[in-house]
Design a protein. Structure first.
Lengths: 373, 518
């Protein structure tokens, strides 16, 4: 028998998977953030933009689906976080809106704003997008200030409506970790997909700084997280209280999550090392898979084992848990049937990805200019 | 517990939603229509192997890409705006409303965006046949996206398939099929996609006319007019047909909107359909809202009754009947509905009180009442009326509804004429001689945009004050942020979207002038 609890967990896993995919696919943003610093020539810049430009749609669609799936499965999160952390989400959305047109319009004649502006759009989205998304996810652990009334309507506790998350060091650390991870993945993707020796070497040289930055911020975040208090949820009484070392306990009490987490981190590290020391072109697949696993594990730690995944520091009782924030049994079950299509979706994405990447991007191809960004 | 928000916050939130939706809708219909036209052209290319068809396909595809990018950009905000600006709404109905949005992402948008990439970058990398399938999948994906979004919208117009849960204080889905096959959803979907096909066709015909005027690309232009002319003519007939069905479902689901767009105040049998009319505010009032009189009108006698119920004897309720009630016709007055809505609301408050003092027995019995069918039909369905202060508040803008509807319908018939003429001249071989027509065709590109946007203005403004028909007025649905924040984001979106629109139009015009590549 399928229970409501089972479905809540099932959907939290799907949300975690989408989050993992989103962070991995933000290699596109990572690449964009280096548009002014990595390429030496216009041709290299064109190669960078076209390598990322053929993939931006996947990231974007994943973001939209992430929003939709979160709405359908945990509508209380959707109404509380989007409505409450208003400015934070608006900033994130803004950065993605300007991205969507930038690729298509940057090199078209009569584009009014000029290529430089559209490239700046790409840079803004590339830097702010991953950083702000990481910061918001930070609040899954550090909490926000809000309260819910009897009708589950949200009242946000600060006039900054989400921007206050930027004042918290742990949120910032996660934001920066996600940004530098995106950049690391962006570099590795370029090394994999562009056939240009000079760009390859430049990417590899840049990789050391970005991957070390990632590691510093990531380790800082994880260590502080494991040592910190967490928001524990007692399903029987429906109360939320503070528990010391809550997230460390979650890891220890859910060995499978620990395994996923370690596998993810090791895989990311292996990929980085292989690219740095062995110039391995396929490194992106190791860091990519590792990214997905590590992010999923972080979401599991945030939501499973009696934990409030979107805590309120000002009114812990209002904290959101997967139990309290979820859709009804019926809706989750209906959506579970829909989710059975996901492997099919992944299969055709895989097909499309391979079809487009069959040949590496070369300077020659860019010069000939078929459909170009 | 039940808060109605500051009106300026509500108005600005609505303004922002309207702004972003209107902008988004400038680009969606072209995607819906042009994707199919491109797929048809590519099919002919694959069947015949004629390179000219490939060149045509690629040319229209370039224009498709320019439009698609900005459509995607402007669509993103809509996915999240229910949360950012309508958070109370999002919780109240998220259990139902979220599902179609999620399904749109998983089943449709991924299909569309994945194969758009293949469509643009797959030439020469995959087989002709695989490429053709990708192009068709783009068209299908785009239209499936529209399906799920319209299912969501239709639910707001005609909420079905759910029951209210007092514990969570929200509506919960009990039948997915009722939500999907909601009468309003079906007619809305067909009407909307056919209008997109029409718009895409007019776009192709108009630009082809431009080439003929310039004596360029004669073959490409004529072939394009052939495809888009036929597709457009069929679509415009379908638009009229589905529009008629939409109106009929509306008469049942949203009689007030129906009465408003005909400016019908006094209900009657043998009600005539106003073909053309001009309205003026009179001295008579319903509550504090002035009644609009016709300064002038041309009417098709009895037709409104026929449209509504299939026979001239059908009674069509007017705005007065709907506000003041009409016991003979079994219509409740708004004050009666307000009364019933308050009973439902008070019961919810009672439930919450019982919960507070842990009186499970009372709480359980109230919860059972909320599940009771009779209670739902007689009381809960008027839940939103509890937040209405004066009966006349439920009258939408009559002038807006009337004019948007009538201009839209007139344009709808005009399109049939334009497509017919295009095909007639094409088959007679006199297209290039009839320069006047080519000019008309060129400037007609704008008209379906007008008609399409008016359709949405009617659909959304015609149902005010409701965000969910009879269940929730806009005043209780907004997010609790400061009005200043919403004004700021409104301005940000207005500026950004306007700049992007200017860039898009400029790029589009330039690409049209450059023409297809050799």
């Amino acid at each position: 028998m399928i229970s409501h609890m089972f479905l809540q967990a099932y959907w939290w896993i799907i949300i975690s998977l989408l989050a993992g995919l989103l962070v991995f696919l933000m290699f596109v943003q990572g690449g964009q953030s280096m548009i002014f610093s990595l390429p030496k020539t216009e041709l290299q810049k064109a190669m960078l933009v076209n390598a990322m430009g053929r993939k931006w749609g996947f990231t974007f669609t994943t973001l939209v689906t992430f929003g939709g799936a979160f709405f359908a499965s945990f509508p209380l999160f959707y109404s509380v976080s989007f409505g409450g952390a208003y400015w934070m989400w608006i900033a994130i959305l803004f950065s993605f809106i300007i991205q969507a047109v930038a690729y298509e319009y940057r090199s078209k004649p009569s584009n009014v704003l000029g290529q430089k502006t559209f490239d700046t759009f790409l840079f803004i989205n590339g830097s702010l997008g991953p950083f702000l998304i990481g910061t918001v996810v930070g609040t899954f652990f550090t909490g926000s200030q809000f309260s819910l009334n009897e009708l589950n309507q949200v009242k946000w506790g600060t006039p900054w409506h989400g921007l206050e998350a930027l004042l918290n060091v742990r949120n910032l650390a996660l934001g920066l970790a996600v940004l530098f991870l995106a950049r690391t993945n962006g570099l590795l993707y370029l090394m994999n997909t562009v056939d240009d020796d000079d760009l390859f070497e430049r990417s590899r040289r840049k990789l050391s700084m970005d991957s070390i930055s990632f590691l510093v911020f990531f380790l800082f975040f994880v260590i502080v997280l494991l040592l910190s208090e967490g928001f524990a949820y007692d399903r029987a009484t429906g109360t939320v209280s503070m528990e010391k070392f809550k997230y460390l306990h979650n890891l220890l009490q859910m060995p499978l999550v620990m395994v996923i987490f370690l596998a993810g981190v090791i895989s990311v590290l292996y990929g980085i090392g292989a690219a740095l020391f062995k110039a391995k072109r396929s490194a992106i697949w190791y860091t990519g898979a590792g990214t997905i696993l590590a992010v999923m594990a972080l979401f599991f730690i945030a939501g499973f084992n009696g934990t409030a995944f979107y805590p309120s520091v000002s009114d812990p009782g209002s904290s959101l848990t997967i139990d309290k924030a979820s859709s009804s049994f019926f809706t989750l079950k209906t959506m579970m049937y829909v989710s059975f299509f996901v492997p099919f979706v992944i299969a055709y994405i895989w097909y499309a990805w391979k079809a487009i990447n069959r040949k590496k991007i070369t300077g020659d191809e860019i010069m000939k200019g078929r459909h170009l960004y | 517990m039940f808060e109605s928000f500051d009106l300026s916050l509500v108005d600005w939130s609505r303004a922002q939603f309207a702004l972003t939706a209107v902008y988004h809708w400038l680009f969606v219909p072209l995607t819906l229509g042009l994707s199919f036209i491109i797929a048809i052209m590519e099919t002919i290319y694959v069947r015949t192997g004629n390179e000219e068809w490939k060149r045509m396909t690629k040319f229209w595809m370039t224009l498709f890409g320019i439009n698609f990018a900005i459509g995607v950009a402007t669509g993103l905000i809509l996915e999240f705006e229910f949360g950012t600006n309508w958070s109370n709404y999002s919780w109240f109905v998220g259990d139902i409303f979220g599902a179609p949005l999620a399904i749109e992402g998983i089943l449709a948008f991924f299909l569309e965006s994945t194969f758009v990439a293949v469509m643009f970058f797959g030439w020469e990398k995959i087989s002709k046949r695989a490429h053709l399938i990708s192009t068709w999948l783009v068209a299908i994906g785009a239209n499936l996206s529209a399906l799920w979004i319209l299912v969501a919208n239709a639910w707001m117009q005609n909420p079905v398939g759910m029951v209210f849960n007092p514990e969570t204080a929200r509506n919960e889905m009990i039948s997915f099929w009722e939500v999907l096959f909601n009468e309003v959803a079906v007619s809305k979907f067909l009407h909307t996609i056919s209008s997109g096909f029409l718009l895409g066709s007019m776009f192709v015909v108009g630009i082809s006319a431009y080439y003929l005027l310039k004596n360029r690309e004669i073959l490409l232009a004529k072939r394009s007019i052939l495809i888009a002319g036929i597709f457009g003519l069929l679509s415009s007939l379908l638009v009229i047909y589905t529009g008629d069905i939409s109106a009929r479902t509306l008469a049942k689901a949203q009689p007030m909107k129906f009465a408003a767009f005909e400016a019908l105040y006094e209900g009657k049998e043998r009600a005539g359909l106003v073909a053309v009319g001009v309205l003026r505010e009179s001295d008579r009032k319903i509550g504090d809202k002035a009644v609009n009189d016709f300064v002038f009108r041309i009417e098709i006698p009895g037709f409104l009754s026929v449209m509504t119920g299939g026979s001239p004897e059908t009674f069509v309720p007017g705005i007065s009947d709907l506000v003041n009630g009409n016991p003979e016709r079994g219509l409740l007055s708004v004050s009666e509905k307000m009364e019933r809505g308050r009973i439902a609301r008070d019961l919810l408050i009672e439930y919450k009180e019982a919960r507070k003092i842990n009186d499970t027995e009372i709480a359980e019995s109230i919860a059972a009442t909320f599940r009771d069918r009779k209670f739902n039909e007689e009381f809960f369905r008027y839940f939103g009326y509890a937040s209405i202060d004066k009966p006349e508040e439920v009258i939408p803008g009559v002038k807006v509804s009337f004019y948007t509807f009538h201009v839209m319908v007139m344009l709808g018939f005009l399109f049939i004429l334009i497509f017919s003429l295009a095909l007639l001249f094409l088959f007679r071989g006199t297209l290039r001689k009839n320069k006047w027509f080519l000019w008309i065709a060129l400037f007609s590109i704008l008209l379906p945009y007008v008609a399409s946007e008016l359709g949405w203005v009617l659909a959304e403004m015609g149902r005010q004050p409701w965000i969910i028909q009879d269940l929730m007025p806009v005043t209780t649905a907004v997010t609790h942020v400061s009005t200043g924040s919403v004004i700021t984001t409104f301005i940000l979106f207005a500026v950004l979207f306007t700049i992007l629109l200017i860039a898009e139009v400029s790029i589009m015009i330039r690409q049209i002038k450059i023409g297809p590549k050799n």
